[in-house]
Design a protein around this ligand. Structure first.
Ligand code: EPS
Length: 346
């Protein structure tokens, strides 16, 4: 239904994304996209690059007078730090990064050719696309939020800040866990009918595609493994007018690969950034002798930003699943299909 492609190197001219399958008739304001891009740049522990960039999108196709045409939407975000040709060669791979595997896979002589595309800079495109999907979902009252739950094992706001400050002082990095919540999702997005169409596998895949993510949980997640069925499954109730509902939401809004009408709740774990100012042991790829890993400008902690990117990844998956269920070429047709469906199920 919906698909997108991104292009661009971290220090290339720009990051580009093309979104295809957005219906005609959706009102898109660039300001809304730029607000999301700005949210991605924030958070305690970001590096110097975020002081250089002022990420702003340009929509270069698919829109007329701020209304979508149903044709592909191309979004371009320029890099202020366009310097790819001038940057020094990288010869000691960073443990934890794509550096070594990418270098061996593609047969490069400079690890920079890996890291320029493997960089989390590409998440600008995910957020741009996600912002458009959020505007679409907003037409149906669906809203997506995220928050950081812990940093380096600390759960209080003060504790999280302390952990990041400690990482800055010790020239280290730190990861954490964030939560994504989606509200007012209708019953029936995704399906058990094929493994690749399950909503849970698609959401988990979307979040796992963000650099640095090492685990995703839905609802109770790994805690399910420690309980009896009678303790965890969400009992079903019905009231006239309100329809079916639950008093608990351990399933995180998804059962059998289908949204069940409750909030969708996801948790994800982000590893500490792999560029360390106090580098780990590595190997020089030219001499193959021991060397310290490359030190590049980077961030100390990006869990906050990862939450924003994950909101976007989820927005794309949900917009795709929504269009699958309520297919139509124009927003008007989709709204009609949605109304008919709600009338039937309540
Ligand atoms: C990022 C841009 C990058 C990094 C970071 C995220 O900019 P630069 O490499 O010029 O400092 O700050 O990327 C990574 C941490 C990574 O591992 O790739 C951004 O725009 O978010």
């Amino acid at each position: 239904m919906l698909r997108y492609l991104t292009a661009g190197e971290s220090h290339g001219k720009a990051i580009v994304a093309i979104l295809e399958g957005m219906p005609a008739g959706l009102h898109l304001e660039l300001d809304r996209i730029n607000k999301e891009l700005k949210r991605r740049q924030q958070g305690f522990g970001r590096g110097k690059r975020m002081q250089i960039e002022r990420d702003r999108g340009q929509i270069i196709s698919g829109l007329k007078n701020n209304i979508t045409l149903g044709s592909p939407i191309a979004l371009l975000i320029q890099n202020k730090d366009y310097s790819i040709e001038k940057l020094k060669k990288v010869i000691s791979p960073r443990p934890g990064h794509a550096d070594l595997a990418g270098f061996l896979k593609y047969g490069f002589s400079d690890i920079r050719d890996v890291l320029e595309r493997a960089s989390a800079r590409s998440t600008v495109a995910t957020v741009g696309i996600g912002a458009i999907c959020k505007i679409f979902l907003g037409e149906f009252g669906i809203k997506i939020f995220s928050k950081v739950l812990s940093i380096g094992g600390r759960h209080s706001k003060q504790g999280m800040r302390e952990k990041i400050t400690e990482a800055v002082k010790t020239k280290d990095t730190v990861g954490g866990i964030f939560e994504v919540v989606v509200k007012r999702v209708p019953v029936g997005l995704g399906t058990y009918a094929q493994p690749d169409r399950r909503l849970d596998s698609r959401l988990a895949g979307g979040i796992m595609s963000i650099p640095g993510i090492k685990g995703v949980e839905i609802g109770l997640g790994f805690d399910y493994a420690e309980k009896f069925g009678s303790e965890v499954h969400d009992a079903i109730y019905y009231t006239r007018g309100k329809g079916y509902f639950r008093k608990t939401n351990n399933a995180g809004g998804i059962e059998g690969g289908i949204s069940n009408g409750e909030d969708i709740i996801l948790h994800a774990c982000m590893k500490p950034i792999s560029t360390l100012l106090n580098p780990l042991d590595s190997v020089n790829i030219i001499t193959r002798r021991p060397a310290k890993a490359t030190v590049e400008r980077s961030d100390i902690c990006v869990v906050d930003a990862a939450g924003v990117v994950a909101e976007s990844a989820c927005a794309f998956v949900l917009a795709d699943a929504f269009l699958e269920k309520f297919a139509g070429d124009s927003l008007k047709d989709i709204k009609q299909a949605y109304r008919n469906y709600l009338r039937r199920i309540i």
